[in-house]
Design a protein around this ligand. Structure first.
Ligand code: NAD
Length: 422
């Protein structure tokens, strides 16, 4: 029976029918053209692997400029409800509305659906132009906390009632002297909770276990922002404790070193590596930026707060060829709600030109098929992307850096991937 059905949840596990209904948001700017390219690749890969026995039933949802024109809302209630109902969805980039009271639609979606982990795997594909000497050493997955931090949107413009009341509170708390120019200061609040931190770090460690990755690094600015970022680090190690002897932490290392000396601590760590335990350590964010350029091979999974994660994801992506090929997903590992998405923006100056790279969305689809348990489909798509990039059949963003490349349009790149599947 070829009946379209919803993806559901039973016993904490996704139940994926043979003909799952998957909502998509094509997006704004270059969104529709990269979506068409990606969809072609997805459908062909499913057919190559499963013949007629499985097929994704795509269901379009409105968001962004199209939604605003048709309904007067940037993010209609109907779209949110449908995303909730279908659990797994994929989207192109959305314009951030300009003007008072409009947050980024992506931030709104992440908060509305409580998609607490922004997951960004960063890996190098041979042949891709890179600004660093050894891009093949970069293989990291960033787990960025998605719902808290300075991104929560609790902002007070200078001179408003909110800012004035906050100044009164700071006066009562004897903190006013720390505000250099009180009257003209704008403020933002940075909430970081124990639950939010622990669920994010747990998801990162579980990911390392599932994908047999050796290390999880908590990246923070706890040396300066002690109560927020410092607590993230503390709660991160508490999250590690949930995994018992599946992990070995730098805190354990330090304790052994203090009691029995460095040699004993090194020995314990070597033993832990032999037993395939995950090593959990932490690093101050500025040091991480330096180390990730100098010694990227030292890192595998990164767990970090929202703002750090935003910077880190794009900086790492730049090392392996840029945001045009970096995939991403926003996931709640408890409810299993997930939205897979291109990590770049709408690139409005290229809209309708059929020129830019659809690989970010295509590789986000690879993540989605892995999440759905359709691993052979994910493997097939990843392998043809790898071949195309190696053969330098690429879109303009790479072609202009590679003198011998064959430059393809967005749609021709998709057709080329389909040809490679034959
Ligand atoms: P952008 O990512 O849209 O574009 C910046 C530059 O990156 C482009 O000029 C282009 O050179 C390059 N680029 C982007 N996508 C590419 C692709 N697929 N292939 C090759 N090169 C690519 O960033 P922006 O111009 O700062 O933002 C434009 C709009 O997109 C804004 O409204 C912004 O808020 C929004 N935005 C949305 C998302 C999202 O939906 N996830 C993310 C970032 C920005």
């Amino acid at each position: 029976m070829n009946k379209p059905e919803n993806v559901t949840l039973a016993g904490g596990k996704l139940q994926v029918p043979a003909f799952p209904i998957i909502p998509f948001i094509a997006g704004d700017g270059i969104g529709p053209e990269i979506w068409l390219a990606a969809k072609k690749v997805f459908d062909q890969a499913v057919t190559r692997v499963y013949g007629n026995s499985r097929k994704v039933i795509w269901q379009e949802l409105l968001a962004g400029e199209v939604a605003f024109k048709e309904t007067g809302h940037w993010l209609p209630e109907k779209t949110i409800n449908s995303l909730k109902q279908h659990l797994v969805a994929i989207k192109g980039p959305l314009t951030t509305p300009i003007g008072q009271g409009h947050r980024s639609l992506n931030v709104a979606l992440r908060q509305e659906l409580d998609l607490f982990a922004c997951v960004r795997p960063v890996a190098y594909f041979p042949g891709v132009p890179s600004p660093v000497k050894f891009p093949e050493k970069v293989a990291m997955t960033v787990f960025r906390e998605n719902t808290e931090d300075i991104y929560a949107g609790i902002d007070f413009a200078a001179g408003t009632t909110g800012a004035t009341e906050l100044l009164e509170l700071l006066t009562q708390q004897h903190q006013l002297a720390k505000v250099r120019f009180p009257k003209s200061s704008a403020f933002a609040i940075k909430p970081v909770s124990k639950e939010g931190s622990i669920r994010l770090v747990k998801a990162a460690i579980q990911y390392a276990i599932d994908y047999h990755l050796p290390r999880v690094t908590l990246v923070h600015k706890g040396n300066i922002m002690k109560q927020t970022e410092g607590s993230f680090k503390k709660w991160g190690y508490q999250a590690a404790a949930f995994f018992g002897n599946q992990v070995f932490t730098s805190e354990e290392f330090a304790k052994i070193k203090l009691k029995k000396g460095l040699a004993a601590a090194n020995e314990a760590q070597t033993e832990a590596i032999k037993e395939k335990k995950i090593f959990v350590n932490d690093l101050i964010a500025d040091n991480f930026f330096q180390q990730s350029l100098l010694h990227p091979e030292k890192f595998s999974v990164i767990a970090t707060l929202n703002l750090n994660g935003d910077y880190i994801s794009d900086a790492l992506a730049a090392q392996v060829g840029g945001i045009g090929i970096s995939p991403g997903a926003n996931i709640n590992y408890q409810s299993r709600q997930a939205i897979f998405e291109a990590t770049h923006g709408t690139a409005p100056e290229f809209a309708g030109k059929n020129k830019l790279n659809p690989t970010s969305l295509i590789l986000s689809g690879v993540m989605m098929f892995e999440y759905l348990g359709w691993q052979p489909v994910a493997d097939l798509i990843r392998s043809v992307v790898k071949q195309a990039l190696f053969k330098q059949h690429v879109t303009i963003d790479f072609a202009r850096q590679l003198p011998t490349a064959v430059e393809l349009s967005t749609s021709d790149f998709a057709d080329y991937l389909v040809t490679l599947m034959q």
